[in-house]
Design a protein around this ligand. Structure first.
Ligand SMILES: Nc1nc2c(ncn2[C@@H]2O[C@H](COP(=O)(O)OP(=O)(O)OP(=O)(O)O)[C@@H](O)[C@H]2O)c(=O)[nH]1
Ligand SMILES: [Mg+2]
Length: 287
């Protein structure tokens, strides 16, 4: 009952959403890793390892050890990219949608899902991750509350990505039945990505979601979205705040934040690599 009340609060919380007017640019420039590798060193670091790219804005006494908790080599990132590129029998596509857990497809391959406030950039992030498979239809919108169902996207036989409806402003009525049940019951769920907007940082509704993930004891990761939009000072402030919170106040959260821009593709290659890794598709030498 407590959980239901909490999910209702989550669904209804008015989070002072900012309406972002930026429109999705469909260019896939810099989406392919071989193109990114041609960038000069400083830009390469910022695009591929955004946290490390931000280090120059930090005070010298800030401990950045956790910025490298997941620290793949460029060859690992390259190997992961192959999973996100359709070829021959390797098909990447939308699979199905569900508004209730008993309508969710029975899939045994590993799964990861994306949750966060409405408009935070969940669908855009999935679209960016799939930029090498441009035929995959991922719907994004500047109107909050656009995604109404759990949308399942299959990456061949390797794993599934699930785009969730947002919580907070304009969340769907049945949000609680859908998302709470999914998070609690989905056996093949390997990681939940909780997205936070870099312009506003943690909001009340995010803390309710974190409380729920902690209570369910499922592993999750923070992703900081829209890093192209936030002024550097604000970006750094939110990065440090979230890193600190993940390290000191959570049990189930991975201690490294993943900042991304789905417009400029910053952090996208690293996140592809992390997903490949947590779904068991990319054993790594140093992990
Ligand atoms: N500048 C910028 N805008 C972004 C980025 N990611 C998303 N947006 C914009 O933010 C708005 C919302 O994006 P969506 O991906 O639809 O957000 P969502 O979290 O799926 O929203 P709901 O489905 O409503 O919960 C759109 O106008 C996107 O173009 C980003 O990295 N940078
Ligand atoms: Mg969406």
């Amino acid at each position: 009952m407590l959980q239901l009340q909490r999910m209702r609060r989550l669904a209804g919380a008015n989070c002072l959403l900012q309406r972002h007017s930026a429109t999705w640019r469909s260019s896939t420039k810099n989406a392919s890793f071989s193109e990114v590798l041609q960038l000069e060193d400083k830009k390469l670091t910022g695009v591929v390892f955004p946290l490390q790219g931000l280090e120059k804005y930090l005070a010298p006494n800030v401990n950045t050890t956790s910025f490298r908790t997941f620290n793949p080599g460029l060859d690992d990132i390259h190997r992961a990219e192959a999973l996100f590129k359709p070829s021959g029998k390797h098909v990447i596509d939308y699979f199905s949608s569900a508004v209730r857990m008993d309508h969710a497809p029975q899939l045994s391959q590993p799964e990861v899902c994306f949750v966060g406030r409405s408009n935070v950039g969940k669908s855009s992030l999935i679209k960016a991750l799939f930029s090498l498979a441009p035929n995959v239809d991922v719907r994004v919108s500047k109107t909050p509350g656009h995604t109404k169902k759990m949308n399942f996207f299959k990456v061949g036989k390797y794993f599934t990505l699930v785009d969730m409806p947002g919580y907070g402003y304009r969340a769907p009525q049945d949000f609680a039945d859908m998302v709470e049940a999914y998070l609690q019951e989905r056996q093949n769920l390997k990681r939940t990505f909780l997205l936070v907007d870099s312009l506003v940082g943690f909001q009340k509704a995010d803390h309710i979601a974190i409380e729920m993930l902690e209570e369910f004891g499922i592993p999750y990761v923070f992703v900081l979205t829209k890093m192209d939009k936030a002024p550097k000072g604000l970006l750094v402030k939110n990065v440090l705040e979230i890193q600190d919170f993940a390290e000191k106040h959570t049990q189930g959260c991975f201690p490294q934040l993943f900042p991304v821009s789905s417009i400029e593709y910053s952090g996208i290659h690293l996140l592809r690599c992390f997903i490949a890794h947590v779904t068991g598709n990319l054993p790594m030498m140093n992990s």
